[in-house]
Design a protein around this ligand. Structure first.
Ligand code: AMP
Ligand code: MG
Length: 489
């Protein structure tokens, strides 16, 4: 089914799949769709990958991004993986996605280009292998927003309407999403190999992952151990950056943790409006396992599962391996706290820690929680002196906190640094749940793509002060804590 298209586009597949144990992937072609219509392309992102959409006819682009034709040199595969879903181990795999291949840019950077919603695979279980347009566009919007916010993430290249309905609670328009990751290797990928008790295969996967993401570790004495440390560091940085912008991933199962340190899987995620540590938006997360404030703890848990898979490679003697891994995790809590505190300090304009800074920050967060203050807008107010709902910032207890904060700022060496730090770390615009829903509704009900494009433009420029006072900052009346999101849509 491969055709000689894609070369004009700049697709340059250079697949290293044969470095991986062969049972880790299934060769599977996307299932063709009836009446594909290309509705969205991410031209600027494409350009950054050395792809040029303007060189290819709409017809060819539609064929490629619907999965109706495989471009030249594509070897489409679905990956097997396992994962702890809400704490329970399950064997999974790409049930509704196929990777077209590893595209290499001119700077030799490799990315995986994947079609999501492209039909059944050997891992589809009871699923139909398809995706609905609404959730596809939601992933597009939120992953672009994450990129704009400076947070590692998969990104989307194109959306095709399939012309076919997918059956959920009711029939919904179907779509295929093309998304790109620096790789789709997950903690769950390692768990799948561990399940097979294939030590040689694990070694191959460690080697592949190091080649792909951590080339500096290439000649390490103990590659598995160094990989573990590097992945821990990446995940801490990632989760801290989520917490900087009020992002709740919503389904931090081990299959949704990419070892590259990118945010993957945008199913039930959401952004905080009102600050609340316990905020949960996912309709199925009744215990709050993946709440905003639990993300560090669950990341620790997920990384322990990762470490378990690597134990046989860390040391031949199981007890020694356990001891080595335990030593690594000994420092986890401190590492996280340090990274989190440093991030929060920047949000209030501080760079060098002083005794009591953690208390100052805790007081601000407690204040927000007490008054259901908006997380993003509170920091916008502190940064600019102006925000969407200014009333709450006139309260006595807030002014008292501001007095403490200002006297702390006076003790900073560089008096102007705080403005820069706050400007860089406090977005003016986030993809607020309510606005995302409105924009999606506009596309789904009225084909209003203009409001989508306008929104995406702002989301790619979220720190720009010129957006302060914008419609996109409006907060929901109930603080947004009743908003619900859904998995597997
Ligand atoms: P997620 O909740 O998106 O991480 O998905 C968990 C697992 O369910 C993954 O293995 C997905 O590939 C699979 N899955 C989700 N939706 C579908 C679907 N409509 N058809 C087949 N597999 C699916
Ligand atoms: Mg997933």
């Amino acid at each position: 089914m491969n055709q000689n298209i894609g070369t004009d586009l700049g697709l340059n597949f250079d697949n290293d799949y044969d470095r991986l144990p062969n049972y880790l992937l299934s060769k599977v072609a996307p299932e063709p769709v009836a009446s594909p219509e290309l509705i969205l392309t991410n031209d600027s992102y494409a350009k950054s990958l050395d792809l040029n959409f303007s060189k290819v006819s709409l017809k060819s682009l539609t064929k490629i991004f619907s999965g109706n034709v495989l471009p030249k040199d594509s070897e489409s595969v679905a990956f097997a993986y396992a994962g702890h879903q809400f704490g329970f181990f399950t064997v999974l795999g790409d049930g509704r996605a196929v990777s077209l291949g590893e595209h290499k840019t001119k700077k030799n950077i490799k990315v995986d280009i994947q079609l999501k919603g492209s039909g059944k695979t050997p891992y589809s279980r009871q699923g139909d292998g398809r995706a609905a347009l609404g959730p596809v566009l939601r992933e597009y919007i939120i992953s672009e927003a994450m990129f704009g916010l400076g947070i590692p993430t998969t990104r989307c290249l194109a959306v095709v309407k399939t012309g076919e309905d997918v059956i959920r609670e009711k029939p919904l328009p179907g779509a295929v999403l093309t998304r790109v990751a620096s790789s789709y290797i997950r903690v769950g990928t390692f768990q799948y190999l561990a399940l097979k008790k294939d030590i040689g295969g694990l070694e191959e996967l460690v080697d592949y992952t190091i080649n792909r993401h951590f080339i500096k570790l290439k000649n390490s004495e103990n590659p598995a151990l160094e990989l573990l440390k590097a992945v821990i560091k990446k995940q801490i940085d990632l989760v801290v950056s989520w917490m900087r912008v009020g992002f709740v991933h919503g389904v931090l199962n081990t299959d949704n943790v990419a070892v590259s340190g990118e945010t993957i899987d945008y199913g039930p995620c959401a952004f905080l409006d009102s600050y609340n540590k316990q905020a949960v938006f996912s309709s199925i997360d009744s215990s709050g396992r993946y709440s905003f404030g639990n993300q560090p703890i669950i990341t620790h848990w997920n990384l322990l599962r990762f470490a378990e898979t690597l134990l046989p490679l860390i040391h031949k003697d199981q007890k020694t391996a356990l001891k080595i891994a335990a030593d690594v995790f000994e420092g986890f809590e401190d590492m996280f706290k340090k990274a989190w505190l440093s991030m929060m300090m920047k949000k209030i304009g501080l760079s060098k820690e002083e005794v009591g800074d953690d208390i100052l920050i805790k007081k601000l967060l407690d204040w927000m929680e007490k008054h259901s203050a908006d997380f993003t807008n509170t920091f916008v107010f502190l940064t600019t002196g102006k925000s969407f709902n200014n009333k709450v910032y006139g309260k006595r207890d807030f002014l008292d906190w501001c007095d403490l904060w200002k006297s702390r700022l006076l003790r900073s060496k560089n008096k102007d640094e705080f403005k820069i730090l706050m400007g860089e770390n406090n977005p003016i615009i986030i993809p607020r749940n309510q606005v995302v829903e409105e924009v999606l509704d506009g596309v789904l009900s009225n084909n209003n793509l203009v409001s989508l494009f306008n929104f995406l433009d702002v989301l790619l420029d979220p720190y720009n002060i010129k957006h302060n006072g914008s419609y996109y900052q409006k907060t929901p009346k109930d603080g947004g804590l009743n908003y619900k999101t859904f998995c597997g849509t």
